[in-house]
Design a protein around this ligand. Sequence first.
Ligand SMILES: Cc1cc2nc3c(=O)[nH]c(=O)nc-3n(C[C@H](O)[C@H](O)[C@H](O)COP(=O)(O)OP(=O)(O)OC[C@H]3O[C@@H](n4cnc5c(N)ncnc54)[C@H](O)[C@@H]3O)c2cc1C
Length: 231
Amino acid sequence: MTDVTTPLPVDATTRIRRESERQVTERAALHAVLDEALVAHVGVVRDGLPLVLPFACARDGDTLLLHGSTGSGLMRLAAGEPVCVTVTHLDGLVYARTTFDSSMRYRSAVVHGTAEVVPPEEKERALTVLSDHLFCDRTAEVRASTVKELAATMVLRVSLERASVKVAAGPPEVDPDDVEPRSVWAGILPLSTVAGEPQPSPDVRDGVDVPPSVRRAADRLNAGGAPAPAR
Ligand SMILES: Cc1cc2nc3c(=O)[nH]c(=O)nc-3n(C[C@H](O)[C@H](O)[C@H](O)COP(=O)(O)OP(=O)(O)OC[C@H]3O[C@@H](n4cnc5c(N)ncnc54)[C@H](O)[C@@H]3O)c2cc1C
C-alpha cells in the first residue's frame, strides 16, 4: 500500500504541461477528488481506436474500483490491460472579460494503470465498498448479493500509484491592458451536484419510511460532498 504522504509521480506521462502550477501532487488531494466522485470515465483502445465510457467508481485504499456486467464490452476489454481513468468535478463557470479568458473552475484526476480483475474471493467485499460509497451504506438495509448476482458482475481495480491531479480555483484572470476591468461584470457562476426530494417507487407500502442511506446521501450531496466517503 502506497503511503499517503508519498507525492504523486510527475513524469513524462503524468506531467501537466499547460498551467503546470495547477498540478497538485499530494496523494490526499487525489483521494479527496476520487472520494467525491460517483462517476469515472474509463478510456481504453479498442481495435486501434480510443473508447471512453462512464462507469460508477469508488476508491478502496490505494486502488480505484469499477464494476459492470461480465458481458460489458469495455469491462472485458479492459481486464488486464492499460487504462486511463478520469474523474472531473465542475465547480464553476468563469466569466472573464473576454471569451478568450473565460474558462472553468474544476478539480480533476487522471489515473494511469492496468485494470486488474478482482479475484472471486475478494469480489463480494469490493462490491460492498462500491455500493456503500455510491449509496451511502445501503448494504446494511438490503439483502446480500446472491451467488448468481456475484457471478454476473465483474470488478476491476486500478492502482492509484500513477495519477495526476489538476485544480483550477480562484477568480477570473484579468488583463489590465484589454478593457477597463470594472466596467464589465466578471466572476464565477458556482456549480454543484445536489440531491432532490426522494421519490418512492409506486409499489412501496404506505408507512415505509425513506431509509437512512437515502437521507445521508442527500444530506452529504447537498453539503457539497459525495453520498459516502470511500475507504
Ligand atoms: C472541466 C474541464 C474543462 C477543460 N476544458 C479545457 C478546454 O476547453 N481546453 C483546454 O485546452 N483544456 C481544458 N481543460 C484542461 C485539460 O484537461 C488539460 O489539462 C489541458 O489540455 C492541458 O494539458 P497538457 O497539454 O498540459 O497535458 P497533456 O500533455 O495533454 O497531458 C499530460 C498528462 O497530464 C495529466 N493531465 C492533463 N490534464 C489533466 C487534468 N485536467 N487533470 C488531471 N491530470 C491531467 C495527465 O496525467 C496526462 O497524461 C479542461 C479541464 C477540465 C477539468
